[in-house]
Write a protein that binds this ligand. Structure first.
Ligand SMILES: *Cc1c(COP(=O)(O)O)cnc(C)c1O
Length: 452
């Protein structure tokens, strides 16, 4: 008969070699917690008379070790994105360039001149770093960098339109996802929405009738994740800007993705660029750092110096300011555009630029290594609130499986987890979004998961 008194004490377990190793790896407190929690379970089972013999010391220690390993395992992990969705919001959007990662590493390792003017030896501004590059790239007068584009929109409206009217078309009262609804954000910021037009059509006269001296802003929000097709109308951007300016009202555009390159040159639909929106006369443009820009999570507002000065002074600006790693990474990403090397250096643009031949070559190499599968034509997408409904040709490696859901789960259980898609009892893997340095792990993971 097993009794509670036969169970080893924490003190005795602590004197063993495995426990000493656990203390060295995980620290004394966690080791104690794990040992106690294992022993508590054993006690409960002994009391319930579920145990005829006690587990050995080794088994008890192994159980405690697996507990502490589970507790300390990070939940945020790198994964392999084989979905073909380049900006996958659930998978962390844009992977960063080497230069951006190095810049972020350098400023986070030690001190930096984040808010220090090295020339004068006095206090400086954290915004000055990315601002000069943004000005050079876009010709804008000034810039503000915040935490993300949602906060950029909120800040912009709170600073410039609190308790005032903002004219926006009903064709643009969009929901981006994750609870970001343009009308809700506008209301939250204290702005008073003046909706014009209908869901599918808005005319210049709608804007002209709505804009008056008491209007604070005319706003545009990019339809990032859907298209309106059929009986639709929207006046050209220049005309709306002119209508706003005729009444002395600034025009602001929430571009969402913030492309600096013309996506049309890669066989995709045209996504409005930052530069052309400024050329059309927008007084302020805001966009994300981690969508088509291909940098770290950030919100960027550029444009008129006086409006930017007001935005910088608003208390919310402090609440949503960008941190030093973001500013360092963003600056390095922007520099790729200035040096005319985004398609060589920025991972998402490298993925967009991959030729069909290159994609097919990689899929064929995977097939060869696995000794399984078939190369099929398919579609990659940009995703992440850019180019809705747009896709471009790719080649996929298709693997036959009995149960696609089980196979997907097995792939997700690999280290690093592999995220793929399925179609007709087949697993589909798109080389376009798999980083070249992950290919080895991908092959090992697939073999392991699918037992091939
Ligand atoms: C994605 C998007 C946002 C939100 O940007 P985040 O950087 O994700 O906060 C806002 N507006 C539009 C039009 C978008 O597409």
């Amino acid at each position: 008969m097993t009794t509670l008194r036969d169970i080893p004490s924490v003190e005795r377990l602590l004197q063993t070699r495995p426990a000493a190793e656990m203390v060295a790896t995980f620290g004394r407190n966690l080791t104690l917690d794990a040992l106690r929690s294992t022993l508590e379970d054993i006690r409960t089972r002994v009391k319930a008379e579920q145990l005829t013999t006690l587990p050995s010391m080794d088994l008890i220690l192994a159980d405690a070790e697996s507990r502490v390993a589970t507790w300390t395992k990070p939940t945020l992990l790198p994964v392999i994105n084989a979905t073909g969705v380049i900006l996958h919001t659930n998978l962390g959007r844009a992977p960063l360039s080497d230069a951006s990662i190095r810049a972020m590493d350098a400023v986070s390792r030690g001190y930096s001149n984040l808010e220090y003017d090295l020339d004068k030896g006095t206090r400086g501004s954290r915004l000055s770093h990315a601002e000069s590059i943004l000005k050079k790239l876009t010709g804008a007068e000034a810039a503000v960098i915040v935490n993300n584009n949602a906060s950029a929109v909120m800040l912009l409206l709170a600073a410039l339109a609190n308790k005032k009217k903002v004219v926006i078309s009903r064709t643009q009262l969009v929901e981006i996802g994750g609870g970001f609804r343009v009308p809700d954000v506008m209301k939250q910021s204290g702005a008073k929405l003046v909706e014009v037009g209908t869901t599918n059509r808005v005319h210049l006269s709608d804007y002209e009738e709505a804009i008056d001296k008491s209007t604070a802003l005319v706003m545009h929000a990019h339809r990032s994740n859907f298209k309106i097709v059929g009986f639709t109308e929207e006046p050209p951007l220049d005309d709306i800007v002119n209508a706003a300016h005729a009444a002395g009202v600034p025009f602001v555009s929430d571009l969402g993705s913030g492309a600096f390159l013309d996506t049309a040159q890669y066989g995709l639909a045209h996504e409005p660029t930052v530069q052309e929106t400024l050329v059309a006369g927008a007084d302020l443009v805001c966009f994300s750092g981690d969508k088509l820009l291909g940098g770290p999570q950030a919100g960027i507002i550029i444009g008129d110096a006086q409006l930017i000065a007001k935005i910088r002074k608003h208390p919310l600006a402090r609440a949503v300011r960008a941190d030093k790693t973001c500013i360092a990474g963003l600056t390095a990403t922007l520099l790729h555009y200035l040096k005319d090397e985004p398609d060589r250096e920025i991972p998402i643009w490298r993925m967009v630029c991959l030729t069909l031949k290159q994609v097919k070559g990689r899929a064929e190499a995977w097939k060869l290594e696995l000794g399984h599968g078939e190369i099929v034509e398919g579609e990659s997408t940009v995703g992440g609130g850019s180019l809705p409904g747009e896709s471009f040709k790719t080649y996929l490696l298709a693997l036959d499986v009995k149960s696609p859901d089980r196979a997907l789960k097995k792939l997700r259980e690999q280290n690093p987890p592999i995220i793929a898609r399925t179609e007709d009892n087949r697993i589909l893997l798109d080389p376009r979004t798999v980083l070249p340095e992950q290919e080895g792990a991908l092959i090992v993971g697939i073999k392991n998961a699918l037992k091939i």
